[in-house]
Design a protein around this ligand. Structure first.
Ligand code: HEC
Ligand code: HEC
Ligand code: HEC
Ligand code: HEC
Ligand code: HEC
Ligand code: HEC
Ligand code: HEC
Ligand code: HEC
Ligand code: HEC
Length: 361
């Protein structure tokens, strides 16, 4: 959108025209800060009346009041006329239109955003929300359900606004999220490093998160932050979690499926199968799914025969060390010393043989 003003100016005349336009713009700004455009005042002559309303055939009441002040404060307030969105209404009386109920009214108008925000509009066409809408679920969110119509504000200021927007319809998930290590850090501590709903789901092209493709992409999603050294150093968290996962049987299987584009019948474990999804807790929290006392229950979801010592046989995110999995560590160390030693010995023996052959001749 912003690029449209660019271009076309060339040479001195361009500068002159630009200068004059700048002065005109400056004078309007200085004279009337954030004033409504005159065409807007015309519409508001009637629509600032709080009593003005319509009763729809469904019996629902549609208030026709538009709050001029909140419109002026909105992102569109200084730039848009009412008719930019209500392009079918220029004057009064308005053209005759019939709306059965409130939702039909919203459905009729929401596409007015499309004209200027075409890229976001097309993104929504690929979303689960649009899918359920096209299947007849008229409660699926439209632009105005998330952004409003006359009171549109920057949707990510403050950052917590994003998740609150989703919470209007996904209340149960929001409650889980708000108590998780991620949600708590943002909502209670104002920490912007943690993910909000749209970091994992996007805001417009939201896809179904329960597919095999999404599941297999989860490690990369978490690793976007959890393999970032600078970010994780602030919290004293290990960035080794991705590499150790990928070296583990689950991780190897997951990357194989992804590489070969196989859709598995049995899901292998990804980060969220062990840590939870919207309810992830610090790993030392007594309620955490991955704390020793709870871990076997996580394994049992997919390994029903697992007993108490089953998790103990697994290295978790650790590389073998003298403290952890000492046997594995020393066997590995032994091979690391032993194999080069044997290879060196072999090489030496061959050299000695050659030398002998040469000398004996
Ligand atoms: C003289 C008063 C008056 C003016 C000026 C006016 N309206 Fe209305 N508007 C109404 C009334 C009354 C209704 C109720 C339905 C009707 O009578 O058409 C209405 C209904 C509406 C509706 C909802 C119903 C529909 O037909 O979609 C919209 C949207 C609307 N007006 C927008 C505007 C815009 C935009 C302007 C400025 C260009 C404007 N109005 C100017 C009185 C007015
Ligand atoms: C950014 C686009 C946009 C602009 C600018 C805009 N409208 Fe609307 N308007 C809409 C949409 C979308 C709806 C339907 C909202 C809904 O159903 O929740 C709507 C609904 C209405 C309604 C029906 C009552 C309501 O609030 O739902 C009236 C009346 C109305 N607009 C008048 C105006 C007037 C007057 C202005 C100028 C001050 C204006 N609009 C500016 C998009 C816009
Ligand atoms: C006539 C063109 C036009 C229409 C129609 C329009 N917008 Fe906008 N919109 C703009 C402009 C211009 C901006 C300001 C861009 C800027 O300041 O960078 C904007 C900004 C926004 C922003 C804030 C972007 C940000 O990063 O803060 C949102 C959200 C938004 N519009 C939503 C909507 C919705 C929802 C509708 C439909 C109800 C709509 N717009 C209809 C022109 C339009
Ligand atoms: C399910 C809620 C939801 C719906 C539906 C939705 N948006 Fe958004 N939109 C958001 C959120 C949340 C953000 C900010 C977060 C972000 O940037 O990821 C955003 C950001 C934006 C922005 C500013 C940033 C950008 O990408 O340019 C614009 C403009 C916008 N939306 C327009 C629209 C339009 C037009 C529609 C309808 C076609 C729409 N949105 C539908 C939630 C929604
Ligand atoms: C106006 C209500 C509304 C808002 C706001 C909303 N959603 Fe939805 N969402 C729905 C409906 C309805 C469905 C369809 C499935 C259902 O009924 O749960 C859905 C489905 C989903 C799904 C697919 C999973 C499923 O159950 O099918 C995801 C993921 C999702 N929404 C994420 C989000 C995110 C992220 C936001 C915020 C940016 C958001 N939603 C905002 C109503 C909403
Ligand atoms: C850290 C990443 C992440 C964040 C943050 C996140 N989600 Fe999810 N979400 C996922 C994953 C992964 C799944 C798939 C879970 C599964 O395998 O069933 C999912 C599933 C969903 C589903 C569909 C399945 C269900 O449980 O009903 C909805 C709806 C949803 N998320 C909404 C939200 C909302 C709303 C927020 C913000 C409050 C949010 N998510 C925050 C990663 C995330
Ligand atoms: C099979 C289960 C399992 C899987 C899969 C798994 N984790 Fe873990 N994770 C654990 C356990 C158990 C711990 C606790 C280790 C300990 O005792 O310190 C842990 C610890 C962590 C920690 C805390 C590290 C620290 O420095 O304290 C983070 C962060 C983490 N995992 C992220 C991830 C990410 C990201 C993925 C996916 C790439 C993942 N985990 C996959 C079980 C798992
Ligand atoms: C946008 C970045 C981001 C994304 C994406 C993200 N996280 Fe986090 N995560 C963080 C930050 C930052 C913290 C530290 C928060 C704190 O301690 O206040 C954290 C904390 C954690 C912890 C707690 C570690 C501990 O013991 O303190 C776990 C477990 C975790 N995340 C797992 C995951 C999993 C699993 C995913 C993917 C589904 C994921 N995270 C996605 C940024 C992210
Ligand atoms: C979401 C399901 C799921 C969860 C949860 C899960 N696994 Fe697995 N696991 C699998 C699948 C499927 C395989 C076989 C294919 C593969 O290697 O990924 C497997 C393979 C294994 C193997 C390799 C040997 C064998 O039995 O095939 C071990 C060891 C293992 N898992 C340990 C664990 C431990 C320990 C936990 C709990 C911390 C756990 N798993 C949690 C799905 C899961």
């Amino acid at each position: 959108m912003k690029d449209k003003r660019d271009g076309q100016k060339s040479g001195r005349r361009g500068w002159l025209v630009g200068g004059v336009l700048f002065l005109v713009w400056l004078s309007t700004v200085v004279a009337e800060p954030a004033a409504l455009l005159p065409e807007v005042e015309f519409c508001l002559d009637c629509h600032s009346d709080q009593e003005l309303d319509l009763t729809l055939p469904s019996g629902e009441r549609l208030s026709l009041f538009v709050d001029g002040e909140s419109f002026a404060r909105s992102v569109h307030g200084e730039k848009l006329h009412c008719v930019d969105c209500h392009s079918d209404i220029a004057d009064y009386p308005h053209p005759e239109r019939e709306f059965k109920d409130l939702r039909e009214f919203t459905l009729a108008y929401y596409e007015s955003c499309k004209g200027c925000h075409f890229d976001n509009y097309t993104r929504t066409l690929d979303s689960v929300h649009y899918l359920v809408l096209s299947q007849g679920d008229i409660n699926a969110p439209l632009c105005v359900d998330c952004h409003g119509a006359h009171d549109v504000v920057s949707p990510d200021v403050p950052r917590s606004r994003i998740s609150r927007t989703c919470s209007r319809c996904h209340q149960a998930i929001y409650q889980q999220y708000a108590r998780s290590v991620h949600g708590k850090a943002l909502l209670e501590g104002g920490n912007g490093d943690v993910p909000v709903c749209t970091d994992c789901h996007r805001s417009h092209a939201i896809e179904d998160p329960r597919t095999a493709t999404f599941h297999l992409r989860t490690p990369a999603l978490c690793a976007g932050c959890h393999a970032d050294r600078e970010l994780m150093a602030r919290y004293g968290l290990s960035t080794n979690v991705l590499q150790t996962y990928l070296r583990d049987f689950h991780g190897m299987t997951a990357s194989l499926y992804q590489r070969e584009r196989i859709t598995p019948k049995n899901f292998t474990a990804v980060c969220t199968d062990c840590h939870g999804v919207h309810n992830i807790l610090p790993v030392r929290d007594p309620q955490s799914t991955v704390i020793k006392a709870n871990l076997v229950r996580v394994c049992q979801k997919c390994h029903p025969e697992a007993t108490e010592n089953f998790p103990a046989a697994w290295l978790s995110h650790y590389d073998p060390s003298p403290q952890r999995a000492a046997l594995v560590y020393y066997v590995k160390l032994f091979y690391q010393v032993f194999i080069p030693f044997v290879v060196l010995g072999l090489g030496l023996q061959i050299l000695l043989h050659i030398w002998r052959v040469v000398v004996n001749r």
